[in-house]
Design a protein around this ligand. Structure first.
Ligand code: PBG
Length: 323
């Protein structure tokens, strides 16, 4: 006689909802936003169909819409104009730069929105690298100084959380110290701790025109063959003062997410990156996948693997799907 029937708890939507272990809610999402100069323009990113770069005026509208949907956080990226790029990322420190104005714009539009900012040199770098280039090398310590100054500049403009995405050694400590020295004791750090050298960033680099001009990012981003190294990176970032740590990309790195979640006590974020967005969009466009179902299944699996937060280009769509 069968006395264990697992299908009993799957028999209706109500009973399935009662026993669901993993839930997705609007506050779990961080919405990345791309910002450009100009006015009244919303440019679609060709390798990210349905995703746009916004001028500041339209950014305002978008942020209000996100807030009304229940999304509590945005992650800002800017597309720096070519003539402002140099090797040292000088424009990143401009108090009136596009990032600084974008932060103020979001805070003006929705003061309660948690504003996170990308801290890295690549959008500002004439080489498209996340650090200062000397010869063929991406130099660490000089870059860290710029990242710390950049973080202070974002905090001055009103950022709540700075998010260094560069993978230089020692940058979390340098950023925390710089924030403390400048009295930004309430500004947090979300560290891209386990960020892998991944092909899935391709569409993002199109969005910001930030692809490396030479070489690749393998001397600073992690080798995807490695898992234990992710723990080492993450624990060091926490020791140095990270408030939230991140695993990036997401879907091909769910094992890493689980490993990190089980190794730390701070909140963990996943970055469901541009290439992951593009894959679902492309397959859906061909009629090979149901986009809505693929989105919810993907995001739920990222949460199930341990992510407290998910930065995703599907944030708005997902919240609408959740109803
Ligand atoms: C660069 C940065 C990248 C992303 C976020 N910050 C790309 C890279 O490292 O080359 C990728 C995000 C995505 O693909 O969605 N500092």
């Amino acid at each position: 006689m069968m006395i264990r029937r697992n299908r009993i708890l799957r028999q209706s939507p109500a009973i399935r909802a009662m026993v669901a272990e993993t839930i997705l809610r609007p506050e779990h999402f961080i919405a990345p936003l791309f910002v450009i100069e100009g006015s009244n323009k919303k440019e679609e990113i060709s390798s990210m169909p349905g995703y746009y770069r916004y001028t500041l005026d339209l950014l305002k509208t978008e942020v209000k819409e996100l807030w009304d949907l229940g999304i509590k956080s945005v992650l800002l990226f800017i597309k720096c104009e070519d003539h402002l790029k140099d090797n040292k990322g000088t424009e990143a420190l401009n108090p009136n730069g596009l990032m600084q104005r974008a932060i103020k714009t979001v805070k003006d539009a929705v003061p309660a929105m948690v504003v996170m900012t990308d801290v890295a040199l690549d959008p500002f770098s004439s080489y498209g690298h996340d650090g200062i280039v000397e010869g063929e090398e991406i130099v660490n310590d000089a870059t860290v100084e710029v990242l710390a100054a950049m973080s202070v500049s974002h905090a001055e403009a009103g950022a709540d959380i700075v998010a260094p995405s560069d993978m230089m050694d020692g940058r979390i400590l340098a950023i925390r110290e710089a924030l403390e020295e400048n009295n930004f004791t309430k500004t947090g750090i979300m560290a891209y701790s386990a960020k892998y050298a991944s092909c899935f960033y391709g569409p993002f680099r199109d969005a910001l025109d930030s692809a490396p001009g030479f070489g690749d990012k393998k001397t600073y981003q992690m080798d995807y063959a490695n898992a234990r190294e992710a723990i080492k990176e993450t624990l060091m970032d926490i020791d140095e003062g990270a408030d939230i740590v991140m695993v990036k990309p997401a879907m091909a790195y769910l094992d890493i997410m689980r490993l990190i979640k089980d190794s730390v006590t701070v909140p963990v974020s996943a970055y469901h990156v541009s290439g992951e967005y593009a894959m679902i969009k492309a397959a859906a466009k061909m009629g090979w996948l149901n986009e809505e179902k693929a989105v919810l299944e993907s995001l739920t699996s990222i949460r199930r693997a341990g992510a407290d937060l998910i930065a995703t280009y599907f944030a708005k769509d997902a919240v609408k799907l959740l109803g």
